[in-house]
Design a protein around this ligand. Structure first.
Ligand code: FES
Ligand code: FES
Length: 153
């Protein structure tokens, strides 16, 4: 039986094995390659998407569990939090190699949606599961601080 869900505001469907991870469906079947494969076991955050508005590791999310739900990827993210994060990321020039960054951005947007004025501790907690092999952590943190100010303004 096909799994039907909403993807970036439009109807989407997957008719394969219901255990297929959402990440594979996005990348291999729906050609949305902005979401990255890092570890495959929920340890790196590269595959982060929003499921019904909340951060979710798509590598360990069977497609069957998103039936009837809303998935947002880096390609479809929108709203004031997204705009603030994207602007801050560009202003500070956060990425180095870039591989982890769509996951970082999705986690940062999820944080600001849940908490408009995160403390440094909130930022550390929210971003702890997003690994960056280039160690851009200082810039990521500063960009989130700046984005939070923009969302507040
Ligand atoms: S690929 Fe999903 S957390 Fe690493
Ligand atoms: S920017 Fe290279 S892995 Fe994070």
């Amino acid at each position: 039986m096909a799994t039907n869900f909403t993807l970036n505001g439009k109807p989407a469907s997957f008719d394969g094995d219901p255990e297929t991870p959402l990440l594979y469906v996005l990348r291999d079947h729906l050609n949305l390659t902005g979401t990255k494969y890092g570890c495959g076991v929920a340890q790196c955050g590269a595959c982060t998407v929003h499921l019904d508005g909340k951060n979710r590791r798509s590598c360990i999310t069977p497609i069957s569990t998103v039936s009837g739900k809303t998935v947002t990827t880096i390609e479809g993210v929108a709203g004031k939090e997204a705009a603030a994060v994207q602007k801050a990321w560009v202003a500070i020039d956060v990425p180095q190699c870039g591989f982890c960054q769509s996951g970082q951005v999705m986690s940062a947007i999820g944080l600001l949606k849940a908490k408009k004025r995160p403390s440094d501790g909130d930022i550390d907690n929210a971003m702890a599961g997003n690994i960056c092999r280039c160690a851009t952590y200082v810039r990521i943190k500063q960009a989130i601080r700046d984005a939070a100010k923009t969302v507040e303004a």
